[in-house]
Ligand binder design. Structure first.
Ligand SMILES: [Zn+2]
Length: 651
C-alpha cells in the first residue's frame, strides 16, 4: 500500500510537469513503467486511491448526460466591443473607488466547465449550462490532465475553466481525418467534451485552462490575483496571460497586447477579460441578475456571423474538383464585407445540411476564404442544393469520389485556368501580376493552355487586350522571364506533379533534377517522409503520361531551368528548427520564413522539443513562454537581422 501511495504521488507529479507545466522531467517510458507497476498493484490489492492516475482513462460510452446544479451560480460576463463601452465601465468602477486596480486576461473561446472538489478530492465536472445547472461531464474530463485529482485545500471548492482544443491540434486532427474535418476550435472543444463516449474527449486533445474560483466554503479568495495564485499553487493549468493594471491606460495597453498577439497563440481567443481586483470594490458593485458589475469582457471584432444563403455555385479547381461556393446575404466580418463563403466539397455541403435559403454561420479568419461552419435553421421556402450530374462549366459527366465530385474532362476550361493560376502563384513560380483574371483572358483570347505557352508570350500577344498598357505588359513579361530560374522544389509544386504540396516537393527536390525524380521507383517514393501510397502512384502516373513528358521538354526548351540551391547546405540556419513568434517590423512573417529556409533552416509553426531557435518579435505570445520554459535559445529581431546580413556578406 505504501508503494502504491508513493507511485500515485510520483506519477501525479510527472503528469503535472508534462501536462500543466509542459516541461517533462522523465521520458515517457519511465512514466509508463511505474504506471504499469501501479496498475498491477491495484489489480492485486483491489484498492485504487481516489487520485490514482489509473482513474484518468476514458470509461464506457454513456447513454445521456445527467444534470447537476452548481453550488454558486456561474455568471456570464457583460460585454464591451468599443473603447467607449469600456470607458463607461471604468467610470462606474471609479465612482466606487478612484484608485481601483484591474486584472486583464485572455478570453479563450471554448466551452466553460466547472470542477467541484470536496475534502481535497476531485468529485465532479459539469458544463456551465445555464449558469445554475449544467451537464455532468466527469467521465469525459477525467482523462484530461489539466487539473489535479487531489488538492491541499480541504473545504468545498468550485473552480471554473475553459475547455479548448489548440489550433495546432485541430489542424493535425483535420489532416488525419480528411472526411471528418472540424472547422472551428470552439465547436470542436464543445463537441469533444459533450461526447457520450468519454474516451473521445482526451483523444481529441481537449485541454482545460482555469481562470476563476467560483466557490470556496472556507477562507475564500477575495481578488483575482489571489484566485490565480491559488489555482497555480494547487496544480491547475492556468491562462498564460495575466496582468495587473493600475490604470485604464494600462488596461488598454494590455488589451492591445492581447489583440496583437492572439493570431500567434495556439488557442482561439476572442477577447480580453477585465476584472476589478479589489475586494471592497467588487463587494460594493455586486451583481446584476446576469453578470458581475465588476468585470467585463472586451470582445474583438466579430469573425463569425449569421446570414442567409442566396445561391450555391460550383467552382472547378485544378484537379477538376467541384467546390460548392455559397453566395450569401453580405455580412461584415472582421472589418470586411463578405459576400461568398465556401463549403469545401459536396460531402461538406450535405453533412452541414446547407440549403438555398438556410440561415448559416459564416466564419472569416485570417487570410482564409470565408467558410460556412453550419446551418442554423431552414426557414420556409429553403430548397436543397441540387447535386450536379454534369460539370457546370463544360457539361462533362461528374465522377463522385468519397466526399468529392470531379469533372472528368481534363480540358475543362476553368480547370486549365486554375492550373495556370496555381503555377503562377506566390509559393509556386511567383509570376507577379499574373492573376486568375489575366490567365482567363489569355486562355480565351490567346489560346494559352500549357505552362510552356506562357513562355511564348510577347508584347504582341497583349495587343488589343483592354487594360494592358505597355508598362504592365513589360512587368508581366519580365516576371515570366524571371520565373525561368526557380528552385526545383517550387517548380515541382507549380507543375503539380501528383498534386503534391510544398513539403513533399522539398523531399523530391533533394533528388536534384526532374530527370532523377522521373526515374524514382514506387518503393523509393513511398520511403520519403511526406509521400504516401496514393501520392506515389500519382507521381508515377504523371511521368508515365507522354503529354506531361512533352510539356516538361517544352518548358526546358523555353529556358525554364529549375535549380537546386547548393549554398543552402552551409546557410547560417543550417540544422536549426526555427519558430517565429510575434511580429517583425522589418518584414512580413512569410518573408522571414522564406529567408530562414533559404539559409538552410526549417521554419516551424509551433514550439516543440525539436525547436532549436525562437525569433521573438513585437508582442510575442505563448510560444515565447514555452521556448523559455524549454530552455530554447531566443533571439530578438535585431539579432535576426544581423544574422541575415552577416550571412549575406559571406555569400
Ligand atoms: Zn468541366
Amino acid at each position: 500500500m505504501e508503494r502504491m501511495r508513493e507511485l500515485c504521488d510520483i506519477l501525479n507529479k510527472w503528469a503535472y510537469e508534462y501536462y500543466v507545466l509542459d516541461n517533462p522531467s522523465v521520458p515517457d517510458r519511465e512514466y509508463d513503467r511505474l504506471y504499469d507497476e501501479l496498475k498491477e498493484l491495484e489489480r492485486e490489492t483491489g484498492v485504487v486511491y481516489p487520485d490514482s492516475p489509473t482513474r484518468r482513462v476514458g470509461g464506457e460510452p454513456v447513454k445521456g448526460f445527467s444534470r447537476h446544479a452548481h453550488i454558486a451560480r456561474l455568471y456570464s460576463l457583460d460585454k464591451a466591443v468599443t473603447e467607449d463601452e469600456l470607458g463607461a465601465f471604468f467610470t462606474r468602477v471609479f465612482k466606487v473607488d478612484p484608485s481601483a486596480r484591474f486584472t486583464v486576461e485572455y478570453k479563450y473561446d471554448g466551452l466553460t466547465v466547472c470542477l467541484t472538489y470536496e475534502k481535497g478530492l476531485f468529485v465532479r465536472a459539469t458544463t456551465r449550462g445555464n449558469g445554475v445547472e449544467g451537464e455532468d461531464v466527469t467521465a469525459q474530463l477525467l482523462p484530461v490532465h489539466s487539473f489535479p485529482l487531489k488538492i491541499s485545500y480541504q473545504g468545498t471548492l468550485e473552480v471554473r475553466g475553459e475547455a479548448v482544443i489548440r489550433l495546432s491540434v485541430l489542424e493535425k486532427y483535420n489532416r488525419e481525418h480528411p472526411d471528418d474535418t472540424l472547422k472551428n476550435a470552439r465547436n470542436a472543444a464543445a463537441g469533444a467534451v459533450r461526447n457520450l463516449d468519454p474516451s473521445a474527449t482526451a483523444s481529441r486533445g481537449v485541454e482545460v485552462f482555469f481562470y476563476d474560483v467560483n466557490y470556496m466554503s472556507e477562507n475564500p479568495v477575495s481578488t483575482q490575483t489571489e484566485a490565480m495564485e491559488f489555482l497555480k499553487r494547487e496544480g491547475f493549468a492556468t491562462y498564460p496571460y495575466f496582468k495587473i493594471c493600475n490604470s485604464p491606460e494600462e488596461v488598454y495597453a494590455a488589451i492591445d497586447e492581447i489583440d496583437a498577439g492572439r493570431r500567434n497563440i495556439d488557442v482561439l481567443t476572442d477577447g480580453a477579460v477585465v476584472k476589478v481586483n479589489d475586494e471592497h470594490v467588487r463587494a460594493e458593485m455586486g451583481y446584476t441578475d446576469k453578470f458581475p458589475r465588476w468585470a467585463i469582457a472586451y470582445k474583438f471584432e466579430a469573425e463569425e456571423a449569421e446570414t442567409t444563403v442566396e445561391r450555391v455555385l460550383w467552382q472547378v479547381g485544378r484537379t477538376g474538383k467541384l467546390t460548392p461556393l455559397a453566395e450569401i446575404d453580405p455580412v461584415d466580418l472582421a472589418g470586411a464585407t463578405v459576400r461568398r463563403a465556401t463549403l469545401n466539397n459536396y460531402g461538406d455541403l450535405t453533412r452541414k445540411d446547407v440549403k438555398v435559403g438556410s440561415r448559416v454561420l459564416v466564419r472569416r479568419s485570417n487570410e482564409v476564404i470565408p467558410e460556412i461552419l453550419a446551418a442554423v435553421s431552414h426557414p420556409a421556402g429553403s430548397v436543397p442544393v441540387q447535386k450536379p450530374t454534369v460539370c457546370p462549366a463544360c457539361g462533362s459527366p461528374v465522377l463522385e469520389v468519397g466526399a468529392n465530385l470531379f469533372c472528368t474532362n481534363e480540358q475543362c476550361p476553368p480547370r486549365i485556368v486554375q492550373k495556370l493560376t496555381h503555377y503562377c502563384s506566390k509559393n509556386a513560380m511567383d509570376i507577379e501580376g499574373m492573376s486568375e483574371a489575366t490567365l482567363e483572358l489569355l486562355y480565351e483570347t490567346r489560346n494559352v493552355r500549357n505552362f510552356s505557352d506562357l513562355y511564348a508570350l510577347t508584347a504582341a500577344s497583349f495587343e488589343g487586350l483592354a487594360g494592358f498598357k505597355e508598362k504592365k505588359v513589360n512587368n508581366l513579361l519580365s516576371a515570366i522571364e524571371k520565373s525561368k530560374n526557380v528552385p526545383l522544389d517550387r517548380f515541382l509544386y507549380a507543375i503539380g506533379i501528383g498534386q503534391i504540396g510544398r513539403v513533399a516537393s522539398k523531399d523530391l527536390a533533394a533528388y536534384g533534377s526532374v530527370a532523377n525524380i522521373a526515374a524514382l521507383t514506387y518503393d523509393e517514393l513511398v520511403s520519403l517522409e511526406n509521400i504516401g501510397e496514393v501520392t506515389a502512384h500519382l507521381i508515377l502516373d504523371y511521368f508515365a503520361d507522354p503529354r506531361n513528358v512533352e510539356e516538361l521538354k517544352r518548358l526546358e526548351e523555353r529556358g525554364v531551368t529549375p535549380f537546386v540551391k547548393a549554398r543552402v547546405l552551409e546557410g547560417i540556419f543550417q540544422g536549426e528548427n526555427v519558430v517565429l513568434t510575434g511580429s517583425l517590423s522589418s518584414m512580413p512573417r512569410s518573408e522571414a520564413q522564406r529567408r530562414i529556409e533559404e539559409m538552410g533552416g526549417t521554419a516551424q509553426s509551433s514550439v516543440t522539443s525539436k525547436t532549436t531557435l525562437v525569433i521573438a518579435g513585437e508582442a510575442a505570445g505563448s510560444k515565447l513562454d514555452k521556448a523559455k520554459k524549454l530552455g530554447i535559445k531566443v533571439i530578438g529581431e535585431e539579432e535576426f537581422l544581423a544574422m541575415l546580413s552577416n550571412s549575406n556578406k559571406e555569400a
